[in-house]
Design a protein around this ligand. Sequence first.
Ligand code: DLL
Length: 433
Amino acid sequence: MMWEPKFEAMDRAQLAQLQLERLQSTLTRVARNVPYYRKTFAAQGIDPDDFRSLADLARLPFTTKAVLREAYPYGFFAVPLREVVRLHASSGTTGKATVVGYTATDLKKWGALTARILTMGGVTREDVVQIAFSFGLFTGGFGFHQGAETLGAAVVPASSGNTRRQVAIMQDFKTSVLVCTPSYALYLAQTMEDLGVNANALSLRRGLFGAEGWTEAARAQIEDRLKLTATDNYGLSEVMGPGVAGECLQRNGLHLNEDHFLAEIVDPATGEPVADGELGELVITTLAKEAFPLVRFRTGDLTRFLPGPCPCGRTFRRMERVRGRVDDMLIIRGVNVFPAQIESVLLELEGATPHWRVVLEREKGLDKATVELEVAESFVFDRIADQQRFLQNARKRLASELGVSFEIRMTEPGSLACDDGKPCRVLDRRGEG
Ligand code: DLL
């Protein structure tokens, strides 16, 4: 099922044409109405009227969170405030929040985009949708609320918190769809178990989770404990909120709503596009927003494009679930390495556990990288030869996937836990002595 098959299953050549037209009109509008773009376009000799091909995108300047912050609160709005009917704000975990605005048309489009995400996740108008995202400046609550109403489902704007009450609502209202963060879903599962509520007795069948990173292991747990099918969805306030990308029921990557958002993946260090399918930073240009359009916004989120068509029939490209933040990037002997990349190689090794860290040192002016890895207790190396093979294989895999050689050190289970119980993945000693 698709909410807007006309767009979601659009022929790729037609989509490219639509993107180009929308991009041209966005560029014209921002050049006229947003001082930052007017100035940077002028300085770089960019004339929106000359913009003829999507391939020219790489000539346009990036927009960073820092630039948005400087324009606090309304400096990036492309319409007068009287045309704005809603304000939200990014969480502002680092520094000042960014205020984002929506015109009435923006809100309508946003509703359609979140209706797409809900439909992708298997929601229909027959459903009772409990939204346990907070309703406030955060975009999650209102964003999904409008989508679920657009879809014609019965919406329960439960908002976040008061978990016992959420459970009672699920029981009494016969909630069939849960929308919240994956961590809150797990917390709800725990609360239900503590209260002796049997998930099988509830009406839950689908869960749409997003707004933070999670893993396949978390998905398996949520599905098992809440008895629903869980899909991932992605978005960010600067660009819109939820509604940017979501998994269909194939659950093999998140379809980007490409008629509204032009996505690129760039090397976070150089800003150059990475080769197709390589991991890098997601950069988004909005194509149809009125109040808060953005050109080449650096999301800071790491992902890659996935190849091939999706059996669901959508033609929109898929991105892999977000692996982490660019801020986590390490530069080892000049090569960009993300802790998430190391982890994904390690987790494919039989006997490895998710408990590991990388230690960086400097020897004779050169970076030395060592991965310390806890090995499962059940995975006993009877023979030195097996141990050698494991280490050799791990080294080879890391070197070929990351382009850097690592030493591997196996450690006892439990030896890498940090004080606060959270993993600390990187110990960088290169600045010491
Ligand atoms: O989290 C919007 C949203 C609400 C998305 C509800 C999905 C569902 P912000 O508060 O601005 O907006 O946070 C955006 O959260 O840059 C990512 O780092 C992270 N994030 C969002 N969705 C995912 C996801 C909303 N599915 C920031 N996986 C983004 C991993 C995610 N990280």
